[in-house]
Write a protein of this length. Structure first.
Length: 427
């Protein structure tokens, strides 16, 4: 079968890499793809805001299965549009409708959904320009740290956490009054801080049944020891030492199952991935956020840990027969380190030539790269992720960093402490 993956990041490269291993896979297309996907698939330079152009490409390339990687096309209704195209009735799609995608598209909607279905999450207050002044006053009685979240999509950068009241008040004003994140920041959630250990869980669901994929932990901050600005992700690790059998059972019973059942009760048909960003507080899981797709860079450590034919699992989800499938995990540890452009996550340059040597120690998953006049060049903030596999966290990380040593461009930056907190826990 022919497969089209929408997106251009490391997530899409990792999905293409895994799917290509299936005997059922004939041709893979990635739109728009990157310099890495070009070596294992056919890149299609489509305008992702033009849904008709995507539909036409699906017909032209006789696509049987569509996988929507990033959140924005989902929130904007790509799946709904394609489902209404009479000529595409046989198309299998992995990705929720716009209504289902609101779990990520609006943090307020997600919070209200969790409250309705008794899913554990932090207390919060919604702030708009109408109640901004009273909220600024109210924050004086709020216990630090202060957590501010833009309600809409902000590319993984719409969260601010600070210990300082004045900084929190200033940031809230910038988010709402100065529209720092545009429409995404017209509403802001002031949220109670949860102190604990972060972990990400993932499922693939056909709307009724689901399979739980390997868990992961990612590292959002730009600086060592989790300092500095939030990014789209600087690295990830799977498995996660504190996510033991007891914790996983709690996650399944208290969070995953009620989420899937809640979607059914509300008449939201959901076929695709759900990402649960969790905080473990004294051994109890709380939902920090939902994503309606796989995470990046978590996909770069989750895909290598899935045993067997992943494409068959995706087809079963699209065919509403996921209950007939089982998933097995590889026992090794996977780690990925993301190498970024100088200045990221703020202003950064593009167009630097990338020289890649012998990366056999690690799997290279491209993100912000493209081919131009026969040269591989930087084309984004997060440029490339190097995934190492090993019997231990130490061995896997050594391979991720060894692979990174073989990749060069002007201004390359990376964190040298990925997995530092898990090492302290004995992983």
């Amino acid at each position: 079968m022919n497969i089209l993956i929408i997106g251009s990041g490391g997530r899409e490269h990792a999905l293409a890499w895994k799917i290509k291993q299936s005997s059922k896979c004939e041709r893979i297309y990635v739109a728009p793809g990157n310099g890495g996907t070009e070596s294992i698939a056919t890149n299609l330079h489509l305008n992702l805001e033009d849904f008709q152009e995507i539909a036409d490409a699906i017909t032209e390339h006789t696509i049987s299965l569509l996988i929507v990687g990033p959140e924005e096309p989902l929130v904007r209704g790509l799946v709904d549009f394609l489902n209404e195209e009479k000529s595409l009735k046989q198309l299998k799609i992995i990705g929720p409708s716009a209504k289902g995608a609101q779990l990520e598209g609006s943090k307020e909607y997600a919070k209200e959904f969790m409250i309705r279905h008794k899913i554990p999450t932090a207390a919060y207050k919604t702030v708009t320009k109408e109640n901004l002044k009273e909220t600024l006053k109210y924050m004086e009685q709020w216990e630090p740290p202060y957590v501010l979240k833009a309600d809409g999509l902000a590319g993984g950068k719409g969260v601010i956490i600070t210990e300082e009241l004045e900084e929190a008040q200033r940031s809230l004003t910038q988010l709402i009054a100065n529209k720092k994140f545009g429409k995404a920041g017209e509403k802001v959630l002031l949220e109670k801080f949860l102190s604990g250990l972060e972990v990400s869980f993932f499922v693939i669901t056909d709307g009724k049944d689901y399979q739980i994929l390997p868990e992961a932990k990612d590292y959002k901050r730009i600086g060592e020891r989790d300092t500095g600005l939030n990014t789209g992700g600087m690295g990830a690790v799977s498995p996660v030492v504190f996510a033991d059998r007891d914790f996983k059972e709690k996650v399944n019973k208290q969070i995953i199952k009620p989420t899937i059942e809640g979607l059914q009760k509300e008449g939201i048909h959901y076929c695709g991935f759900i990402f649960f960003g969790l905080m473990a507080v004294n051994g109890q899981p709380y939902v920090v956020e939902y994503n309606v797709r796989m995470g990046d860079p978590e996909t770069e450590v989750v895909m290598p840990r899935i045993k067997g034919d992943f494409l068959k699992l995706l087809v079963a989800a699209a065919d509403r027969s996921l209950a007939e499938r089982e998933i097995e995990y590889e026992k090794f540890t996977a780690t990925t380190v993301v190498y970024v452009s100088q200045g990221y996550p703020e202003h950064y340059e593009k167009g630097h030539e990338i020289i890649i040597g012998d990366t056999k120690a690690a799997l290279p998953f491209h993100a912000g790269t493209k081919m131009e006049e026969g040269k591989l060049i930087t084309n984004g903030g997060r440029v490339i992720a190097l995934t190492g596999l090993g019997e231990s966290l130490k061995e896997a990380l050594s391979k991720s960093y060894a692979g990174g040593d073989e990749v060069h461009w002007e201004g390359k930056k990376f964190r040298q402490d990925i997995g530092f907190d898990l090492k302290a826990l004995g992983q």
